[in-house]
Each structure stands twice: as structure tokens, then as C-alpha cells.
Design a protein around this ligand. Structure first.
Ligand SMILES: *Cc1c(COP(=O)(O)O)cnc(C)c1O
Length: 360
């Protein structure tokens, strides 16, 4: 078996141990005589799978009791609508637009009320996080919205915005569980699984319980009400059961690795190796302002599209795959999520060094 180093932004690399365990349980889940994909979501076995997944996540993140954890479907993009539908009591919300995903969330919110763009980094192609210490937060804003880690542009909020007392909503899809997180600073966090947790099809929502309301915007579909999901323990309808099972395995793997403090150290070590290389290279250049760099997604370029293409192709031949940048920005991007081993980044930097020497 020859596994490559997969630098994809999502769906992305999963821990090999987790995949192996899932393979071992594929035909017969722990003596049940059938696999998890074939199992009733109302069975005792699955009830334990979803409860354990939830409790392990609560333990990993230290999620306080006044927050609810939900497993929902529809991708992170569905949350762009679910958030305003559930939280826009005054039909006003403030958005900080730091990339394509925030832009899409902002556009979606406009379908439901008055969405204000209170800060943006579009003037420099989203290569930095704006100063959010004193923004013109709207008097009657229902929440302030951020995309905490910008998967496409490779920026991350290293300091949360000053929301002036308003609820903070964060799309954490591409930085979820990459480091410790103080959940009490947020009203709502959501994360699509396929970046840093598990297979596509699951979205984790962490919401403060007082924000789970019956009186959501008129016309909100039953499935999109957080209350429906919360009242039914994420089992109102058939959940993405296999995905939840895989997420649960990743949570257990993270616990075994030592938790989020340890993941942060590992991720910082990996990212430093790559950023240090980029900072001294005369061929490869990081595209993000140093103070805004992401630990998870590292975009970089050479001087020409031709050289970029040659690099991507040769890297692939060397077992380093999915290094092409997002279709909207070009260049390269290495996504180095939790499950990317240090060794993978070492191999990447070795290859970049060699490529630079050969193509001077
Ligand atoms: C990938 C991504 C999304 C979109 O996720 P889908 O599950 O495809 O809807 C949204 N936000 C961020 C930050 C992402 O990285």
C-alpha cells in the first residue's frame, strides 16, 4: 500500500490509524454482525456512537454545560442560511469579510435581513486579517460573524474581534480542533467535517443554549431550526450516521494524542517548518502577511504560472498531492491539518528545496 501525502484543503487527510480501525470494523462492528453504514440510527450501538462522539468533543474542547453540541447536514454552506434564520431577531447582523467563505455567508444573510459589512480585507486580496479592535458594530446587531480561518487565502484570526457585547458567530470549518478554543467567547461555532474532523456530510454546531429558540424567522424549515436538532439529540431524522462515527473516531484519536494543547504544538511545529522555508526561499513566496498566517492552510507562489504548474506536477510524481491553490486564486496551497504528519511537511520542504535548486 502506497499512501501519498495529501495536502488537499478538503475533503482532506484523515489519521491513518482511524482509517485502519474503520476498515477493521467495516463488515462487523464490534460483534454486531453488520457494519455501521447498515445500522439503524435508533439502534443501541449507534446511540452509543453518537453519545460518545458528543461527549468526547465536549471533553476535548471543554465545552461548558450551557452549550449544546449538534451534528447536522447540509455542509458548512447550509449554516450560512441557518445562522441568520435562527439568530436574526432584529434582522440585523454584522459581517467581517475576510475571504470567499465569509463573502458567501454575508451574501446569504442578506436574503434574510440587513447584513452589514463592518470590515473587509478584500482591498489586498484577503491576504490579511483587518484590525477588529474597534469596529462600527451596529447598535441592534443580532450577532457579529467571522470566518475564523480562511481556507482559501490562508489567514487566521489570532485575536477575536471586539464585538462590543454582541454575540460572536464563527465558521471554524478549517481550524476546528487545531488548537484549544475558549468556547465561552462565542454564541455559535460551526464546522464542516471534511477539513479537520472527518468525512464530508457532517457539520458540528456548538451553540449557547439560550440562543436555541422557538421564535426563529418565519418560514424557517423544521430541519434548519437548531431547536429541532437540539430537542431530538441530532436524531430528528436519519443523521449522517457513518460520518458521525468517523468524527467520533477522530475525537478519540485526538484525545489519545494528548488533546488540543498537544495538537497546537504539533501544528505550530509543522507550520513553522514550512513558513521558515518560504521566508528564506528566493523562488517560493508565502502570500499572507506574517501576522495573519494560518496554521492549517499555507498558500504560496513562484514568479510564474508555468513554474507553479511544473512544481505541482513534479510534486505529485513524488507522492505530494493536491498542492494546487484554489481555482479562484491559483498558485499553490499546502493544507496541513491535524492528520498531516510532521514527516509529510518535512518531505514537502525537502522537495521544494530540491526543486528550487534544479530550476534556478
Ligand atoms: C470548505 C469550507 C466551507 C464550505 O463547506 P461545505 O461543507 O462545502 O459547505 C465553508 N467555510 C469554510 C471556512 C470552509 O473551509
Amino acid at each position: 500500500m502506497a499512501r501519498v501525502y495529501n495536502f488537499a484543503a478538503g475533503p482532506a487527510v484523515l489519521p491513518e490509524e482511524v482509517l485502519q480501525e474503520a476498515a477493521d470494523e467495516m463488515l462487523d462492528y464490534r460483534g454486531a454482525g453488520l457494519g455501521v453504514m447498515e445500522m439503524s440510527h435508533r439502534s443501541k450501538e449507534f446511540e452509543k456512537i453518537i453519545t460518545d462522539a458528543k461527549n468526547d468533543l465536549i471533553e476535548l474542547m471543554g465545552i461548558p454545560e450551557d452549550y449544546e453540541v449538534l451534528f447536522v447536514q447540509g455542509g458548512a454552506s447550509q449554516q450560512f442560511a441557518a445562522v441568520p434564520m435562527n439568530l436574526m431577531q432584529n434582522r440585523v447582523a454584522d459581517y467581517i469579510v475576510t475571504g470567499q467563505w465569509a463573502k458567501k455567508a454575508f451574501a446569504e444573510a442578506k436574503l434574510f435581513g440587513q447584513a452589514n459589512k463592518i470590515a473587509s480585507s478584500e482591498d489586498k486580496t484577503f491576504s490579511y486579517i483587518p484590525d477588529c479592535s474597534d469596529l462600527p458594530v451596529s447598535e441592534n446587531a443580532d450577532y457579529v460573524y467571522i470566518c475564523e480561518n480562511n481556507t482559501i487565502y490562508g489567514t487566521k484570526f489570532h485575536q477575536l474581534p471586539n464585538t462590543k457585547g454582541k454575540i460572536l458567530v464563527a465558521d471554524q470549518s478549517s481550524c476546528f480542533l487545531s488548537e484549544p478554543c475558549d468556547v465561552t467567547k462565542y454564541g455559535l461555532i460551526f464546522a464542516g467535517a471534511q477539513k479537520n474532523i472527518g468525512p464530508a456530510g457532517v457539520v458540528v454546531v456548538i451553540i449557547r443554549k439560550d440562543l436555541i429558540r422557538e421564535d426563529v424567522l418565519e418560514g424557517t424549515p423544521t430541519m434548519l431550526k437548531y431547536k429541532t436538532q437540539a430537542d431530538n439529540g441530532s436524531l430528528y431524522n436519519t443523521p449522517p450516521a457513518y460520518g458521525i462515527y468517523m468524527c467520533g473516531k477522530v475525537f478519540q484519536w485526538l484525545k489519545k494524542m494528548g488533546g488540543l494543547e498537544v495538537m497546537k504544538e504539533r501544528n505550530e511545529k509543522k507550520a513553522k517548518l514550512l513558513y521558515d522555508f518560504l521566508d528564506q526561499s528566493t523562488m517560493f513566496k508565502g502570500t499572507v502577511e506574517p501576522g495573519s498566517r494560518s496554521l492549517m492552510n499555507v498558500p504560496f507562489v513562484t514568479e510564474s504560472d508555468e513554474l507553479n504548474a511544473k512544481f505541482i506536477e513534479e510534486a505529485k510524481q513524488n507522492g505530494l498531492v493536491q498542492l494546487k491553490g484554489h481555482r479562484t486564486v491559483g498558485g499553490m496551497r499546502a493544507s496541513i491539518y491535524n492528520a498531516m504528519p510532521y514527516e509529510g511537511v518535512v518531505k514537502l520542504v525537502e522537495f521544494m528545496t530540491k526543486f528550487e535548486a534544479e530550476n534556478k
